[in-house]
Design a protein around this ligand. Structure first.
Ligand SMILES: *Cc1c(COP(=O)(O)O)cnc(C)c1O
Length: 410
């Protein structure tokens, strides 16, 4: 059922990306599944109407429960992730929050990695606590810290590897084994790893989430989320999406499916550009430390090498202490990097992480300003030149904002 009518079961991953979810014979020969807009889905007989009902959903024949377009994307993601079934959400955050709401009830204990995506943490603090769910955080890089916090009330362990601001790698198989030993479910925000570079279900995860807004859409032109579950966790995930009436818009789904077709070639370039840019930056005198899991001096490098098949273009740069004026000069002098949230599009971004991320169960990253860099699809020589000249300019900017003339210029 998940196999495209064009596909064969033994296809390589990159070939699968061109085949999954397609069905030209059902859509007038069109290469791509057309955009389905609709609420009402008509049946031609009473028997046909009744055959559309299912035990867990007596109203399955309705736009809110999916269309050929949404099913195509869900089936494609599910196949790539290696799960049992997937469901779309209108944003990545919506996938995170509705997964948690589907699994937890009052009195449950939730353990969250301390490097979690900020808005997920805020949701836990402001909404889940109000629902009498007990929240606790654990050190992302210390399996024993998780183990000692597990209780017989722990229902969910929530992971994110690497964290999208501070880039700690988590030992997902070890954390999952500890969680499963006491009967808890493991949820992973897999956005950095993409459905290509980290296989969640082969590493013990029960529900894997993607902000498809990032690399799956890939062009900064739509918001979308997707959650994939194994057979055990699927009923709770599906019920949560249905009970809350979550539904993604057809145009955004179409854009995500289109993005998916080129994911492998784009990711190859993001990976290469990210590593080359991070390496170049690590030699700049203004840089204290580069936080990139695919560089051998990163503390999580061995885990990345063991568990991942590639790297995304997102990484961190810890600068040596500099003044606000120097930082402002850096951003003003950049020409190819946009200043803005999100990542995963074709374009490069630079963002000052300010204020520093909230921590309670692990140490922060360091003293200097922290930048988050997204390496886009541009030529990496241009990216290196641009960011290097902006850092040079920042180094030469005086505390009063005027440029200090270097000896060479004097
Ligand atoms: C962006 C992001 C999200 C949320 O996705 P939106 O589509 O912006 O709601 C969730 N998790 C991570 C790691 C992200 O980077």
């Amino acid at each position: 059922m998940r196999q495209s009518e064009l596909g064969y079961p033994t296809l390589e991953r990159d070939t699968q990306l061109t085949q999954l979810g397609r069905a030209p014979s059902k859509h007038a020969g069109m290469v791509n599944i057309p955009i389905y807009r609709g609420s009402t889905i008509l049946s031609s007989t009473l028997e046909e109407w009744e055959s559309g009902k299912s035990a867990d959903n007596p109203m399955a024949n309705y736009g809110r429960f999916g269309s050929p377009l949404s099913r195509a994307l869900e089936e494609a993601i599910c196949e790539l992730e290696g799960g049992y079934n997937s469901i779309l959400f209108p944003s990545g955050l919506s996938a995170c929050t509705h997964t948690l709401l589907g699994l937890l009830q009052a009195g449950d204990h939730l353990l969250i990695t301390d490097n979690v995506y900020g808005p997920t943490r805020i949701f836990a603090e402001r909404v889940l606590k109000r629902l009498k769910i007990q929240i606790e955080y654990f050190n992302p890089t210390d399996v024993s810290d998780l183990t000692k916090r597990l209780t017989d009330r722990t229902r969910v362990v929530y992971l994110e590897s690497p964290g999208s601001i501070t880039f700690e790698m988590q030992d997902v198989p070890a954390l999952a084994a500890a969680a499963h030993a006491i009967g808890a479910l493991v949820v992973l925000d897999n956005t950095w790893g993409t459905p290509l570079y980290f296989k969640p279900f082969a590493h013990g995860v029960d529900i894997s989430i993607h902000a498809a807004t990032k690399y799956i859409v890939g062009h900064s032109d739509a918001l979308l989320g997707v959650a994939t579950a194994n057979e055990k966790a699927w009923p709770a995930l599906q019920a949560s999406a249905h009970h809350f009436g979550e539904i993604a818009g057809p145009d955004d789904i179409f854009l995500a499916l289109r993005g998916l077709r080129t994911l492998a070639v784009r990711m190859q370039r993001h990976w290469e550009n990210g590593v080359k840019l991070a390496q170049a930056l690590s030699f700049h005198p203004a840089v204290d430390r580069v936080l990139h899991p695919a560089l051998p001096d990163h503390p999580g490098y061995e885990i990345w090498r063991r568990d991942f098949e590639g790297a995304s273009g997102l990484f961190g740069v810890l600068l040596k202490p500099m003044t606000r004026v120097q930082l402002s000069c850096f951003f003003k002098t950049l020409t190819l990097f946009g200043i803005g949230l999100s990542w995963g599009g074709y374009e490069s971004l630079a963002l000052l992480v300010d204020p520093p991320p909230t921590r309670c169960a692990s140490a922060g990253i360091g003293e200097g300003p922290l930048l988050r860099i997204h390496a886009g699809l541009e030529s990496v020589q241009d990216l290196i030149a641009d960011i290097s000249q902006a850092l040079d300019a920042a180094c030469n900017a005086g505390a009063d904002g005027s440029a200090i003339r270097s000896a060479a210029l004097a």
